[in-house]
Ligand binder design. Structure first.
Ligand code: RFL
Ligand code: PHB
Length: 392
């Protein structure tokens, strides 16, 4: 049996950021992670950090490599119907975003935690939670072939969409709001100089395409595909051909070796509330957004910032007001981010069965964006990240 103040399930961005922020507040935590360190440090996922996420990394002493290697982006490009429109973040909001891979954020957080001598239990799978409504909630987990128990003051369920924490909330106490989209993303990581300095979101009559990057030599590219797409039908040459068609970048887009490929399903999902007794859900365990707005990681970080502040008030001053408002504060923010992610997704993908009406509407929306400063500014302020509203 182990005892800690905050038991954190999951070493993704939510769990590791929470552990880091708690450590800075002098609060003890134990992180349980089902996979190995090598696995979580090499899992290819998100790449866009909102302004507030990268600022938080810098302010909390984990931003040195981000400052050296992160790519600051001051705008993005939208392409449609043979046209192109740049959204200038800096001019419209005074802010920028940083392209820095999620697994690099994970590496920085793991390194920081190990440097200050706090462990992460890798290959420690949480099996079940008990007593979540009591003052001594427990996590039963398997590690090194044996079952153990972690006794906590609070449990943070940061175990992603498929984790066990959400299931510890009785179904009668949980409302689920969900939308599954009739398409997915086929994503590749390729050794190819990015064809543009900024991200390009493209709507083509054959479907959505996105050009992103990881470094001056590595591109990250996505194509809209079917949710059950068979990767075997997508040899590298076919992927490049489709990217050329949809992105329409001519010779700027240079084919290169494909280092990794995968299919990402798309869903919008929110579980309410985010707190049950002394269990708090954060990140993908609580909500999923489709990747079109580049928000999942940032939303996870927004949650745990509020949670860490609430726990700090609890331990430092014995005040629980912020913990009591945790769910309401985070859901208010999460729904705004859901709205934006849904809107970007609806504007930029071809919908199966569309009679043509949707496509015309989408092109009109993009045309409106490219001629209206107000519309462009709305996209820009959401993309660089809305501030979390803490006031009731
Ligand atoms: P994670 O990252 O899924 O981490 C959960 C961790 O919990 C572990 N776990 C358990 N550990 C112990 N016991 C158990 N029973 C456990 N069950 C699970 C898992 O092994 C894992 O390590 O959730 P978290 O921390 O909430 O973070 C969420 C983000 O990872 C996610 O929202 C983003 O990756 C989404 N996303 C993007 N977000 C952005 O902000 N910007 C982007 O540009 C962006 N692009 C993307 C994305 C996600 C993608 N995929 C593959 C889903 C692009 C893609 C393609
Ligand atoms: C990425 O670089 O992986 C990426 C960028 C923008 C998105 C989603 C993913 O909207």
């Amino acid at each position: 049996m182990k005892r800690t103040q905050v038991g954190i399930i999951g070493a993704g961005p939510a769990g590791l950021f929470l552990a880091h922020l708690l450590h800075r507040e002098g609060i003890e935590s134990v992180v349980l992670e089902a996979h190995t360190r090598d696995y979580i440090e090499h899992r290819v996922r998100a790449g866009v950090l909102e302004y507030a996420t990268s600022e938080l990394m810098k302010q909390t002493a984990i931003g040195a490599r981000l400052q050296r290697e992160g790519l600051i982006h001051r705008g993005v490009e939208l392409r449609f119907a043979g046209r192109s429109h740049r959204i200038d973040f800096e001019e419209l909001t005074g802010r920028s975003i940083t392209v820095y891979a999620q697994q690099e954020v994970i590496k920085d957080l793991v390194a920081a935690r190990l440097a200050y001598g706090r462990e992460i239990l890798f290959e420690a799978e949480a099996l079940s939670l008990s007593g979540v409504a009591s003052t001594e909630p427990r996590v039963c987990f398997r590690h090194a072939g044996a079952e153990h128990e972690l006794v906590c003051d609070f449990i943070a369920g940061c175990d992603g969409f498929h984790g066990v924490a959400r299931a510890a909330i009785p179904t009668g106490s949980l409302a689920i709001y969900e939308r599954v989209y009739p398409f997915a993303w086929l994503g590749i990581l390729a050794e190819s100089k990015p064809a543009s300095e900024e991200l390009i979101y493209a709507l083509h009559d054959r479907g959505f395409a996105l050009l992103s990057m990881r470094s001056p030599r590595i591109s990250r590219l996505y194509l809209q595909c079917a949710p059950d797409e068979d990767l075997a039908q997508w040899p590298d040459a076919r992927i490049w051909e489709e990217l050329h068609t949809r992105l329409n970048l001519g010779a700027e887009l240079v084919d290169g070796p494909v280092l990794q490929k995968g299919v990402t399903p798309m869903r919008s999902f929110v579980a309410e509330p985010l707190r049950f007794g002394n269990l708090f859900l954060a990140g993908d365990a609580a909500h999923i957004v489709p990747p079109t707005g580049a928000k999942g990681l940032n939303l996870a970080v927004a949650d745990v910032r509020v949670l860490a502040s609430g726990l700090a008030e609890h331990y430092r001053h014995g005040r629980d007001e912020l913990l009591e408002r945790y769910s309401a504060i985070c859901l208010r923010h999460a729904w705004k981010v859901q709205r934006f992610s849904w809107w970007m997704t609806s504007m930029l993908h071809r919908f199966p069965g569309d009679s043509g009406f949707d496509y015309k509407r989408q092109l009109a929306e993009l045309d409106y964006l490219s001629t209206s400063r107000a519309a462009s500014q709305s996209l820009a302020e959401n993309y660089v990240g809305l501030d979390v509203t803490m006031n009731p």
